[in-house]
Design a binder for this molecule. Structure first.
Ligand code: CAA
Ligand code: FAD
Length: 384
């Protein structure tokens, strides 16, 4: 029997979304996931199907082409997808909770009609470009500049490690417009693929989430029309921080999914594999590992639901989002390491999935703010 987790009395609709995501993951993502990992192949066809299911603009208002669902449904869907394919989950997370959410909350009507509608329908994919070679955790140290030239800004600089880097068509780019003003002199812009002076660097060779494409982006005198700035002058850093609060729920759910996927495989294997005349689950050392995994996953799920619930209530989620990401990412790491251990030698080879999950888990402690940065965010809220 599986461990039982509190379900928060999920609504019919939430259960339907969860089931749809589970069915999709089993039918469309499972087959080929090992090969996509091995060859660093983007799941192009699968992402098209995710768009058809409304998974790329899940929380966007239907009037902008989205599915109009709540954040709890979003957590449920990402978790189911990440259980099978963590790369597909991050593609989905960036499009939903960074790009679509940022545009829907902070852009004007004209920008929404032009950019949000195709993104929410999944006709195009988005990328969120904050990190730079010299500005990762220290995100206010932006070196990319956007100089005001009257009717346009002139964008110059390099962004690093951008998810959906080559597959995206719409990019939210953060840049410094006035160095004197520090983080109050930072703006966010919508930039389109193909604009003169915008080049995409080679694909990164990664440890995990190898089905997602990660690239550096190079901007050399790119003309960005004034109307593509998001919000009032100087709002860019607060924009990025606000959007990342929600993004962290997406990555926490990705981590929860990876952990749950690995746990379920390990639980099954432990009841099939025999050593010393009995199933390895009957060795207490193995059963205790599974007990710890189930406990951690249960706590991670509650933190994800809590942050999603608070977001749906319109509450400040800087603390709850960071807590969910910090704990769920550690859970993903701990759980996948133990899932490999429970599989023994089989755990070390691709066909049993858990070695990929262990490699995929690590990134959840790094992107959208490292675990150290989550602790900074959380600790500041304790005395705010
Ligand atoms: N929510 C809302 N606002 C926040 C915030 C939060 N969680 N954290 C900071 N801010 C605001 C502050 O209130 C402040 O605004 P005001 O001046 O208007 O009051 C402003 O941001 C600057 O804050 P600090 O003075 O605290 O700045 P800092 O330099 O000391 O630290 C930081 C800020 C929290 C460490 C921030 O730089 C940070 O979050 N770094 C991590 C960056 C990150 O997460 N990058 C992810 C890139 S996207 C990605 O990774 C996608 C992917 O992989 C899939
Ligand atoms: P650094 O900031 O150099 O940190 C190095 C180490 O020092 C870390 O352990 C960090 O926690 C620690 N550290 C730094 N400052 C402190 C401090 N004050 N206190 C304690 N410890 C500290 N970025 C985007 O903008 N968009 C994307 O789509 C995107 N996708 C990504 C996909 C992948 C696969 C990867 C690897 C990265 C991606 N990133 C993206 C970048 C990611 O957000 C950064 O790598 C991350 O924020 C950390 O920044 P950094 O790599 O510069 O590390």
């Amino acid at each position: 029997r599986q461990a039982k987790f509190m379900d928060f009395n999920l609504t019919e609709e939430q259960l339907m979304i969860q089931q749809a995501a589970r069915d999709f993951a089993q039918a469309e993502l499972l087959e080929g996931v090992i090969e996509r990992d091995e060859h660093s192949k983007f799941p192009t066809e699968q992402v098209k199907k995710m768009a058809e299911l409304g998974f790329l603009g899940m929380m966007v208002d239907p009037k902008y082409g989205g599915s109009g669902l709540d954040s709890v449904s979003y957590v449920l869907a990402i978790t189911e997808i990440a259980k099978v394919d963590a790369s597909a989950a991050v593609i989905m997370s960036v499009n939903n909770s960074l790009v679509c959410a940022g545009i829907e909350k902070y852009c004007n009507e004209e920008q929404k009609m032009k950019y949000l509608v195709p993104l929410a329908k999944g006709e195009v994919i988005g990328a969120f470009c904050l990190s730079e070679p010299e500005a990762g955790s220290d995100a206010t140290s932006q070196k990319t500049t956007a100089i005001d030239k009257g009717d346009h800004y002139l964008l110059n600089g390099t962004k690093n490690w951008i998810t959906n880097g080559a597959t995206a068509s719409t990019y939210i780019v953060i840049a410094q417009t006035d160095v004197e003003k520090g983080h109050k002199g930072i703006n966010a812009f919508i930039v389109e693929k193909g604009w003169a002076g915008f080049d995409i660097g080679p694909k990164e060779k990664k440890m995990g989430i190898r089905g997602s494409d990660t690239h550096s982006l190079l901007f050399n005198d790119v003309k960005v029309p004034k109307e593509n700035r998001i919000g009032a002058d100087g709002f860019g850093f607060n924009f990025a921080m606000s959007v990342l609060n929600g993004g962290r729920i997406g990555i926490a759910s990705q981590a929860l999914g990876i952990a749950t996927g690995a746990y379920e495989l390990a639980l099954k294997y432990s009841q099939e594999r025999k050593a010393f005349g009995k199933e390895i689950f009957k060795h207490q050392a193995i059963a205790f590992k599974l007990a710890d995994m189930a406990t951690q996953i249960s706590a991670a799920r509650l933190l994800c639901f809590n942050a999603a619930y608070q977001k749906d209530q319109g509450m400040d989620i800087s603390q709850s989002g960071a807590m969910a990401k910090l704990f769920a990412s550690q859970t993903a790491m701990d759980t996948t390491i133990e899932a490999v251990q429970i599989h023994g030698g089989n755990g070390y080879v691709a066909e049993y999935h858990v070695e990929r999950m262990m490699r995929d888990a690590k990134i959840t402690q790094i992107y959208e703010g490292t675990s150290e940065i989550q602790r900074i965010v959380i600790s500041r809220t304790l005395i705010a």
